[in-house]
Design a protein around this ligand. Structure first.
Ligand code: IPE
Ligand code: IPE
Ligand code: MG
Length: 509
């Protein structure tokens, strides 16, 4: 097998705060709305984001005149001029404004100076939509905007020695802005109000820093759309630093890149690239399984060997589980399913069963804040009717509170693979539907999530004990003698490395 490159994450990378907020707001509004929303220009320059918005019914337009009267318009993060706001009001458009607060601040500063009769210079590209919005702001209060850089401004009709105010396009390089202001200061009395957003700069600087210490054989991969100027700029910075540079706008593109000869790969992304795409790319580059399932076995033996009651083993096992969930987050595993209590485990002494049920309730209550903080969706699979009302209440409340989150933690309680299949068959019969392998999935306890890629069993037992019988048909298995309370990150890494080296033929050759 070819050695894949070691993957480094270059930080900071990815969406700036303004883009992030704009996308989140547009997505939330799109999900709520029953009618199509009209977005003036691309919300951000990223195809994945635009496709996601289109799938939610967004229609992209270049002017408000293209939007039917009374509909809803979304203003992009770059901001719009008061003239466009007025045109939207005249068409009785409802407005969703995702203007970056940073850009909005520049608008208000430029307006204030104009009202105080100070000429305003905007450092930046006059064709850029953000600059056009600021120009409109100045003109709306009777002013004239001076766009461009010092060389152009010096030749403008502004008398030498006069007072001017300077603002800047927020994505400009801070050093360039400082140099420009210095140059302007030689001819004018400059009132400097230029505040750049450091996000683009910081991302480029991080690539330069990475390149400085890179050994031969190191490459850089930039994730972003080809329409994104700042993503392309990142690739230019990497290439200028002498590193072999790759670019991918989609997962398909990524799959087709030939990294042969590259020993280490630094990965970064542009300010409009969604983090979801970034983390999925990292997961694939590192061959991390998307779904890991674990048969957490050996608690009892762990406790007995220490002369402790079995319950102590379960408590120690619960602590391990908390750690494993964190490691999954860190490594990019999207789904973790754990076997906590089987349909066969009801055979155990009543005191052990009660102890386990109490432990589940206590752990879930204790972990609630972490789930929310780490954005982990909790789900239970198994026969809910077997559980006490109080435990079920805790479970269902937590499921409800975390249902929006993408990463998932699935706990199997009173779970049996055969029970699940029987329950699914009965649901299908009650609907009177014949099933296919694919349609059968929707009757499973969590049929919407992908099958486990890797199933780990601790404590040396090499059997499934009735776990995920349907779902694990093509899973890779990893068995270790380590008892569950002793399961370490090193052992987890071993399991993942073993998985990464396997050839999953799935019946092919
Ligand atoms: C796994 O540990 C946890 C549960 C089944 C709840 P065990 O309790 O099966 O531990 P051993 O196999 O007896 O050591
Ligand atoms: C499987 O472990 C079930 C869980 C880990 C919850 P068991 O300890 O119950 O399995 P067997 O009895 O050894 O097969
Ligand atoms: Mg056991």
């Amino acid at each position: 097998m070819k050695e894949p490159p070691v993957i480094d994450i270059i930080s900071p990378h990815g969406m700036c705060a303004g883009v992030h907020a704009a996308v989140a707001k547009a997505l939330a509004e799109g999900k709520k709305s029953e009618v199509p929303l009209y977005c003036l220009h691309e919300l951000v320059h990223n195809e994945i984001v635009i496709d996601e918005l289109k799938a939610l019914g967004f229609i992209f337009v270049d002017s408000v005149e293209q939007i039917p009267v009374g509909e809803t318009v979304v203003f992009s993060a770059h901001g719009v001029s008061p003239q466009i706001r007025k045109a939207a009001a005249e068409r009785k458009l409802k407005v969703i404004d995702t203007t970056c607060p940073f850009v909005a601040k520049v608008h208000s500063v430029a307006k204030d100076f104009t009202e105080k009769k100070l000429p305003v210079v905007i450092l930046g590209d006059e064709k850029h939509i953000e600059v056009q919005g600021i120009v409109g702001e100045i003109e709306s209060v009777g002013g004239k905007a001076y766009c461009g850089f010092s060389s152009a401004i010096e030749n403008a009709s502004l008398p030498a020695g006069s007072k001017i105010a300077v603002v800047a396009q927020t994505t400009m390089n801070a050093e360039k802005v400082a140099a420009e202001i210095e140059a302007l200061g030689k001819k004018f009395k400059v009132k400097n109000a230029a505040r750049v957003c450091g996000a683009t700069d910081e991302r480029q600087e991080a690539v330069r820093r990475y390149a400085e210490t890179a050994l031969p054989g190191t490459g850089v991969l930039v994730l972003g759309s080809r329409t994104s100027a700042n993503s392309k700029r990142l690739a230019e910075v990497a290439a200028a630093s002498g590193l072999k540079t790759f670019f991918a706008g989609s997962l398909e593109e990524l799959e087709n890149i030939d990294f042969s000869g590259v020993k280490r790969l630094g990965v970064t992304s542009g300010a409009s690239t969604p983090e979801r795409f970034f983390s999925e790319a990292i997961r694939r580059l590192r061959h991390i399984p998307e779904h890991v399932a674990i048969i957490m076995d050996g608690n009892g033996r762990w406790a007995t060997s220490r002369g402790k009651p079995r319950g102590e083993g379960h408590k120690a096992g619960a602590k391990t589980l908390g750690d494993v969930l964190d490691w999954c987050g860190k490594k990019g595993v999207k789904y973790l399913t754990v076997y906590a209590f089987s349909t066969e485990n009801w055979k155990r002494p009543k005191s052990e069963v009660t102890g386990l049920m109490n432990l589940f309730a206590a752990m879930l209550k204790k972990k609630e804040r972490d789930f929310i903080k780490n954005r982990v969706r909790f789900r239970m699979i198994g026969r809910r009717g077997d559980l006490s009302k109080s435990l079920l209440r805790v479970i269902e409340a937590l499921e409800l509170k975390t249902q929006e989150f993408e990463r998932q933690f699935i706990v199997a309680i009173s779970y049996g693979g055969r029970a699940e299949i029987v329950d699914a068959v009965n649901s299908a019969i009650s609907r009177g539907e014949p099933v296919t392998e694919e349609s059968f999935r929707k009757y499973l306890y969590a049929g919407d999530i992908p099958d486990p890629d890797l199933v780990i069993r601790t404590s040396g037992e090499c059997r499934t004990s009735n776990f995920l019988l349907w779902e694990s048909a093509y899973s890779e298995y990893y068995f270790t003698d380590v008892l569950w309370p002793d399961f370490s990150e090193e052992e987890f890494d071993k399991a993942i490395a073993s998985y990464a080296g396997r050839n999953r033929r799935r019946g092919g050759v």
